[in-house]
Design a protein around this ligand. Structure first.
Ligand SMILES: [Zn+2]
Length: 345
């Protein structure tokens, strides 16, 4: 099996530290990131490997190898006993029982896995597992853009659209952990089919995949607009054409942001947040969307609810997943209270 470690980061001079440290693991469709993370959100050491494509057993084997490496590194760095292991992964995660219920089409065979118990059995550390956007919300909430806010909604715009909700200072999990699938909220019952099986989902309009698919549909209907390979079009092309002033691309993005605005108003009506944090690959490239979205949202919906919401860009980039995953240990092992964490740094 491919065990190529893509990036290793080591922070020098962190020996004999007194701060709490835990292992954070972010399992995505293309890569797994695992790191030693301090309670302040500093990543002392990390490894990145391409996610195994053979199925769940291989992925669990990869996790095992990475955790072994991290434990060796923690020993070398003379870190204090680790608080635990926190995992964030795409898919519908049974947070209460530590089970990956149904995964994502991006990770083969990623369902019905009692991952929490498997990792606890192998390593003996208390282990937590949650949805990848939920753990990003923890990182942003305790250390990033949402620090000091108690009612926050998170949206990540990337290949798909992810969501998480912090209500009264706590992650909203629902009955078992499946709450806040905000990307699969429909904004049009006659809208395009989404790969989740529903229709007109926000993700089908405003995610990278949704934008690309809509453009492909538009160009198949209007072949005179484009003479290249329609199948190869990506969201990046659509943004590029819009920036060059091509009207068909501008109007498609306008429709995507409009769908996002209606979806956001629905979310605000449901959760009454004081802050909306938006991140993800699309926002990293095109942060102007946040201001545009905010202006549209304020002209729609119930004024007392929509007018008072602040909009912010996510503070963490790539490492949000690994930091937030680790943060579960600090939070749920009850050695760190929300207040304590918020007041630090
Ligand atoms: Zn959907």
């Amino acid at each position: 099996m491919d065990r190529k470690v893509l990036v290793i980061k080591r922070l020098k001079g962190c020996g004999r530290m007194k701060r709490d440290v835990s292992i954070g693991i972010d399992i995505g469709g293309t890569k797994i990131v695992a790191g030693l993370v301090t309670v302040e959100g500093e990543v002392l050491y990390k490894q990145i490997v391409p996610t195994a494509t053979e199925g769940k057993e291989q992925i669990i084997f990869q996790l095992q190898q990475m955790i072994n490496d991290l434990l060796k590194e923690a020993h070398k760095l003379r870190l204090p006993t680790l608080k635990g292991i926190g995992i964030g992964t795409a898919g519908q995660i049974d947070f209460k029982n530590g089970i990956v219920r149904s995964g994502t089409s991006n990770i083969k065979d990623w369902n019905d896995i009692p991952l929490k118990h498997e990792i606890q059995r192998l390593f003996g550390f208390p282990t937590w597992i949650d949805n990848d956007v939920n753990v990003v919300a923890l990182a942003e909430s305790y250390l990033g853009a949402a620090k000091g806010y108690n009612n926050v909604v998170f949206l990540t715009l990337g290949t798909g659209i992810g969501g998480a909700v912090i209500q009264e200072g706590k992650l909203l999990h629902g009955e078992w952990g499946g709450a806040a699938e905000l990307g699969h909220m429909s904004v049009d019952r006659n809208g395009p089919a989404c790969n989740c099986g529903y229709k007109g989902c926000l993700e089908a309009y405003a995610s990278g995949t949704g934008i690309a698919n809509q453009m492909k549909r538009m160009l198949r209907k209007n072949p005179e607009l484009y003479d290249g390979q329609i199948e190869n079009i990506t969201a990046r092309d659509v943004f590029q054409w819009a920036s060059e002033g091509k009207q068909f691309a501008k109007s498609l993005l306008d429709k995507a942001i409009d769908a996002l605005a209606y979806g956001t108003v629905n979310i605000i009506h449901a959760f009454n947040p004081s802050l909306l944090v938006i991140g993800g690959g699309i926002i990293d490239q095109h942060s102007w969307i946040i201001t545009d979205l905010q202006n549209r949202v304020r002209s729609l919906g119930i004024s007392s609810l929509v007018q008072s919401v602040s909009f912010k860009k996510a503070a963490f980039g790539d490492e949000a997943g690994v930091i937030g995953a680790a943060y579960q240990s600090f939070l749920y092992s009850q050695n760190v209270q929300k207040e304590g964490a918020s007041n630090e740094g």
